[in-house]
Design a protein around this ligand. Sequence first.
Ligand SMILES: [Zn+2]
Length: 423
Amino acid sequence: MPGLIESHTHLATSADRAAAEFELNRFIYGGVTTVRDMAGDVRALAELQRAALIGEIPVPDIHYAALLAGESFFVDPRTRASSMGEVPGRVPWLRIVGPDTDLAQTIAIARGTWATGVKTYASIEGLLLARIAAEARRQGIPVWSHTHVGPALPMDVATTGVTSMSHVCSLASAAIPDEVVAEALAGRRSAMVEVDLKDPRIDAVLEEMKRRGTVLDATLKVGFFREERMAAQDSLATPPAQRNVQSDVQTPDGPPPDPRRRGVRAACSAEEGVTLTRRAFEAGVLISTGTDAPAGRAAEWPALHDELAFLHERVGMPMEEVIRAATRNGALALGLEADIGTIEEGKYANLVFLRENPTAGVGNLESVHFILKRGRRFNRNESSLEPRPVAGRRAGTTCFAADAHLQGDGGTAEGSSAQGAFS
Ligand SMILES: [Zn+2]
């Protein structure tokens, strides 16, 4: 079968070559031949990309984003972690955009980092997003957007014709009542609201995505990962009042909204994410397989295998469709469908050879015999998952993750976090 494509990972939120190589090694020997990094320190990513391309290290091919966001986003500690030594918001790969930004120059500079996509992350108005998408199209680079870049709502994002939209749960933001959105825009409210997930405006977004061929980078894994982590924190007996992350609704009379927040967002559990993914699939929207979350340090397989199991077992996608999501749709999400994603003459020889039939069960994806990437062979039984010693600090992957938990987010279950290290 074609090599698997992880369409949402973070390898260098805080540059750590040994930790990134460990993760990438697990990817390639798990059948993943291409990864898309969705924001991090491009100086580190470019070096890994070079090493991957010339076969210096056993890793998948690496594609990465240059991130654009409104100024208010750049108080996020991860932006400092990803631009150490420089000023976040002013470096070519993490850049402030606003109504007066010279977009032709900004996108040209992003392309100069060897980023293969522009990621629109947060604090961007719908009109500005449309101008970014148009300029990126003119310069031939895809836009990889969050589904909700606040204040731009999912429909604002879908109508710009971006290449992919990340985080299925953010589709719920399409169902936020108009008056609540207006209050948020007026700065009177910044919080998580409960919405009706059956709202037809969600279906309208899905219809638009289908019409345009926009790929939904669902990232179910990060939702479950986050809930597991919160449950683990709960078990540490924190008083409930101190850990309720959804109780920060600001009334018009209340204190001013935290400027780091980006308007109102819809609450959505991991299980509701599954329901929304099923609805997207049934509506005919292309789904790619990104995780936005790391596998446990001791895990044998990359987190992508969990995402594939979620799509098959919980969403109910047939294995043929799961495989298509992880291969052809991943290529479409990256804008690389001419080179990878299917087995066709003229495309790269990115292939996974399995001992069992993968259409007969998701577990058979773990019967990997060997992998080819651009024709180079990697034998599963030669994989070594011994992490390299890390000098100076603990290894670990920090997630530049879904915007539902940007603040007060202490990194991953197992490692250091950008926030812990730099704030
Ligand atoms: Zn992410």
